[in-house]
Design a protein. Structure first.
Length: 105
């Protein structure tokens, strides 16, 4: 994020921009030119970019993120959807904190 702010922060409000740094990058362009090459470089099997959302939410919950804040970040009006989708993670958070090493710590 620091790199992005330094190079694009004043030019765009978007994180993923086109080669001119002034417009939103399309979903297809992101997948073809950013997502797939990144997964290949890291030696990871392909998964759709939407899965980042679930990975982020799960790690945020494991690390004790505020449910209202997380719900707003994911575009929900309340944390009800968080409970429906990630209820099992929330219930097991104490056990998971000791067994899962999060990259966000």
């Amino acid at each position: 994020m620091d790199y992005h702010k330094k190079h694009y922060g004043k030019k765009s409000k978007f994180i993923f921009v086109n080669q001119c740094s002034n417009n939103y990058i399309s979903n297809n362009a992101f997948t073809d030119f950013v997502w797939k090459p990144t997964l290949e470089e890291l030696g990871l099997r392909y998964r759709i970019p939407y899965n980042m959302r679930h990975t982020y939410a799960t790690h945020a919950l494991i690390n004790g993120e505020n449910l209202n804040f997380l719900a707003r970040q994911l575009g929900h009006s309340s944390f009800e959807m968080i409970f429906r989708k990630y209820g099992k993670v929330i219930k097991n958070t104490k056990n998971m904190q000791s067994s899962i090493k999060s990259p966000y710590r």
